[in-house]
Ligand binder design. Structure first.
Ligand SMILES: Cc1ncc(C[n+]2csc(CCOP(=O)(O)OP(=O)(O)O)c2C)c(N)n1
Ligand SMILES: [Mg+2]
Length: 346
């Protein structure tokens, strides 16, 4: 498969571009349906802790996942279900974590968004507010020290998260060290219920890139084609030695902060503006208008995804929960330092 729009254009023209869109769309669809299932399991009291959904952010998120190689580093945040699937996470991994199965990658001990497979460059989230940028920097340093240069590290941040000290320190470090970091800002207009105009006073978050000495990119986060193009370019530039890339996407979170929040504070004017478009619907319009798919195929893919999710939920619900008395409580599976370092790829 072509990894980026640039590869697709170079390698096979419109057929390759179509394949990239179709594969991205199907990950978006799976992510949306998985999110809907998680919301209903949460409302039925089957999931402990919070459930945080990605509705409205799938086009952006999937574009990160499909633009990366399996050997890259990816540290997704709470609204990256599409990017997780595109980077290679299975529906099984995600459901085992959310439903607390002892057989899952986190052994049923971690909340739904705190999941990953560090050995595969897929880092588990610590916090949504900038903590992961310096962790990705560290993973990139480790690879540099080992002489591995053909690698990119990508992570995400919300608009609110760009006001934290963690964001500043880590982006500055990445810039000074010219790390191949792609930092994606999902500006979904709100940090919980706080609107953009109470979060920052600059005209555009992409303007901040200049102050750090990193390359800015802006994109309409509701448009799959635009996201694939911009993310593909940012990843390619980071891989080619261009240093950190800051991608700022404009969109709207089409759900509450978590399933416990009805998002009643969102301004109806924004909902009715182009920012409030549903990226899944926009992607479907792109596929139909370019005659890359028809309504029958869209319905078939939806049915296939629903079946895969329902079958996996049924399987995971029969799996055991962890036994707190028998559980081995180390954070990663290795008990000695060498094994732990191997696990983290350092
Ligand atoms: C240090 C810290 N403070 C507060 C929180 C609670 N919290 C989690 S996400 C969030 C809002 C983040 O907003 P934004 O960065 O815009 O991301 P979005 O939720 O919109 O994706 C808050 C306040 C936290 N996780 N960590
Ligand atoms: Mg936000």
């Amino acid at each position: 498969m072509y990894q980026t729009v640039l590869d697709a254009e170079a390698g096979g023209g419109s057929a390759a571009l179509r394949d990239l869109h179709l594969s991205a769309y199907r990950f978006m669809l799976q992510a949306r349906l998985l999110d809907e299932k998680l919301a209903s399991l949460y409302r039925a009291g089957k999931i402990h802790g919070g459930v945080f959904l990605s509705r409205g952010q799938e086009a952006l998120s999937v574009s990160i996942g499909v633009s990366l190689r399996k050997t890259d580093v990816f540290s997704p945040l709470i609204r990256d279900s599409a990017g997780r699937l595109a980077f290679g996470e299975s529906i099984l991994d995600s459901l085992q974590t959310c439903l607390g199965s002892a057989l899952g990658p986190m052994r049923g001990r971690d909340g739904n968004v705190h999941r990953g497979r560090p050995r595969d460059g897929y880092l588990a989230m610590i916090s949504h507010l900038g903590a992961m940028i310096s962790v990705v920097n560290g993973a990139l340093f480790a690879r540099r020290f080992k002489g591995i240069t053909d690698v990119v590290g990508a992570t995400c941040i919300g608009d609110g998260g760009t006001a934290t000290g963690s964001f500043h320190e880590a982006l500055n470090q990445a810039a000074v060290e010219k790390l191949p970091l792609v930092l994606v800002v999902a500006n979904n207009q709100y940090a919980y219920s706080t609107p953009n105009d109470r979060e920052f006073a600059c005209a555009d978050l992409a303007d901040r890139a200049v102050g750090y000495g990193v390359t800015p990119h802006s994109v309409d986060g509701t448009d799959l084609s635009a996201c694939l193009a911009v993310l593909g370019r940012a990843v390619a530039q980071a891989r080619a030695g261009g240093g950190p890339q800051l991608v700022v996407a404009s969109l709207l979170r089409l759900c509450g902060h978590g399933e416990h929040d009805d998002a009643g504070y969102i301004d109806p004017k924004i909902k009715n503006s182009p920012l409030g478009r549903d990226c899944l619907k926009v992607a479907e319009d792109i596929l139909i208008s370019r005659q890359w798919a028809d309504a029958t195929e869209l319905a078939q893919w939806r049915n296939e995804a629903v079946r895969a999710i329902e079958t996996t939920v049924a399987r995971v619900q029969r799996e055991p929960a962890p036994d707190p008395f028998a559980e081995q409580w180390t954070a990663v599976s290795g008990t000695d330092l060498r094994e732990t370092h191997e696990e983290l790829g350092v």
